[in-house]
Write a protein that binds this ligand. Structure first.
Ligand SMILES: [Zn+2]
Ligand SMILES: [Zn+2]
Length: 252
């Protein structure tokens, strides 16, 4: 199964540069309607329909914030019915906070749960969980699940601790460095205690606004981690960063 969470402007170009094709996507998740999270959704649908040799027949699931169905209908009104009828099924699933969705794709299934965040009114975060599996070593008991948590955009909120509770990988926004914070986004001194409280095994900080550039992302994170007294395994993101979510923790 392949999926994308949030498609800001330039996402498709970045995927192509990284050698990742988007033709066999199972699903796209969109946390909120800000353009840096949704701008390439329409080009994706256009590309799946119109790229040379495009022959997709498998349905595409688009899950996201409450209102995404209406937004896509508006886009179809402007650009044409192909937006929701591109020649393959488009299954739109709205996921307000608390709602769960089971995604089935080639080789695996995933459960997605939406969490509320402190950002725009419709914004949500996603927690993705591999469903319980069984094998000959598990003696009938389910093996541990691998959990991936993704914040989308959010200011400080206890729901982020719940979102990332025990996650194997927590990808969280940290739009501004300390001293330059903006309501509805996080700074390192806000993200680090949330991450420690969640017990997430690894954390990737991302969504760096230009305010980071003058200080240097790596240097600023080194300073923030030195100042922080808790224990968080954090990596600042960069374009093209690849990480495995699992393997799931061993039962002990
Ligand atoms: Zn936003
Ligand atoms: Zn954003």
């Amino acid at each position: 199964m392949r999926l994308i969470l949030d498609l800001g402007s330039g996402s498709l170009r970045s995927l192509a540069r990284l050698g990742e094709n988007f033709f066999d996507l199972t699903a796209v998740g969109v946390t909120h309607r800000h353009q840096d999270h949704v701008a390439d959704l329409l080009p994706l649908l256009f590309g799946l329909r119109n790229s040379p040799g495009a022959s997709r027949r498998e349905p595409l699931t688009i899950f996201g914030y409450r209102g995404i169905q209406h937004d896509l209908e508006c886009l179809a009104h402007v650009y044409g019915s192909w937006v929701l009828e591109p020649g393959f099924g488009v299954d739109v699933q709205e996921l307000p906070p608390g709602k769960r969705l089971r995604l089935c794709g080639p080789g695996s299934t995933l459960e997605v749960q939406a969490f509320s965040v402190r950002h725009s009114p419709e914004a949500v975060a996603f927690r993705l969980q591999l469903p319980a599996t069984f094998d000959e070593t598990s003696a009938g008991a389910p093996l541990p699940q691998a959990v991936f948590a993704y914040s989308g955009d959010s200011g400080v909120s206890s729901s982020l601790v719940e979102l990332a509770a025990g996650a194997d990988l927590f990808v969280c926004e940290c739009a501004f460095p300390d001293g330059a914070g903006v309501e509805g986004h996080l700074t390192p001194s806000e993200l680090l205690p949330l991450s420690a409280a969640s017990g997430a095994r690894r954390v990737v900080a991302t969504h760096f606004y230009p305010e980071w550039d003058t200080r240097g992302v790596e240097a600023e994170w080194e300073r923030a981690l030195r100042r922080f007294e808790g224990d968080v395994a954090l990596t600042p993101a960069h374009d093209g960063l690849r990480m495995d979510v699992g393997p799931p923790r061993q039962r002990g």
